[in-house]
Design a protein around this ligand. Structure first.
Ligand code: BTN
Length: 234
């Protein structure tokens, strides 16, 4: 399959119900955030699911964070390692990226029609499988633990975690999500270089209850709702 998100979009446009899940063993055109591609060989885990939440739109920014928590929770239960989250929802183990989340939304005017949540996790890949440009910055559960993970079992556990965090989100329990998110944040006490409408460098002050990243730059405080962190400084 090209991309589980693209495949799911077709069913969603035809009116599929919330909860539809598509999983692939590999993708030939896996999509990452910011228009990048997602390296998707056999051994990885590629999952997308359809959500049709009825929520205040200002809560929308919190959903990626809740889904990041669900992915981190599943990994932690399976490996006993403690994954960190890099705002907004990159999943890290031992300082390297082990997974990412791509959320795509469809609106009719102001009304949210649906939301596609795609999660890619490096599960059983060996280091030699990563192309050069990824091998220094990426890892997999297998690389970290020397254990091969069973895909069906992993998926069942992952969907259970996703369901639990989605319920917390739907109940509007933003405080709980943010408390857990902050405790897993990779950016605590760090400075970052982030590209949004322009490039900013600043010390991370907080990840706010709006799901935004608050940094202190040379010219004052800056609140970011999106953007790509391209460098982290100690
Ligand atoms: C990122 O750039 O960090 C997000 C990567 C998201 C990849 C997943 S794999 C399953 C789903 N289908 C896609 O094409 N992309 C997402």
């Amino acid at each position: 399959m090209e991309s589980t998100n693209s495949e799911l979009a077709k069913y969603s446009d035809e009116g599929a119900e919330e909860g539809l899940v598509i999983r692939a063993l590999r993708q030939t055109a896996g999509k990452g955030r910011h228009g990048k591609s997602w390296f998707s060989p056999i051994g990885g885990h590629y999952l997308s699911f359809l959500l049709r939440p009825v929520i205040p739109l200002e809560h929308l920014n919190i959903l990626p964070l809740a889904m990041g928590l669900a992915a981190a929770e599943t990994i932690q239960k399976e490996t006993n390692l403690e994954p960190k989250l890099k705002w907004q929802n990159d999943i890290f183990l031992s300082g390297k990226k082990v997974g990412g989340i791509l959320i795509e939304t469809k609106f009719s005017g102001e009304r949210l029609l649906y939301l596609l949540c795609g999660i890619g996790l490096n599960l059983n890949q060996e280091i030699s499988q990563f192309p050069d440009e990824l091998s220094k910055t990426s890892t997999s559960l297998f690389i970290e633990t020397d254990i091969m993970y069973e895909l069906d079992e992993f998926t069942t556990k992952q969907l259970a975690s996703i369901g639990r965090w989605y319920k917390v989100f739907l109940k509007g329990n933003i405080e709980k999500i943010m408390e857990d998110y902050r405790s897993r944040s990779l950016l605590k006490g760090k400075s970052v270089k982030i590209v949004d409408d322009m490039t900013y460098i600043g010390k991370v002050m907080d990840i706010t209850d709006k799901g935004s990243l608050l940094i202190m730059t040379d010219t004052g405080e800056k609140e970011l709702f999106s953007g790509s962190i391209i460098e982290i400084f100690e």
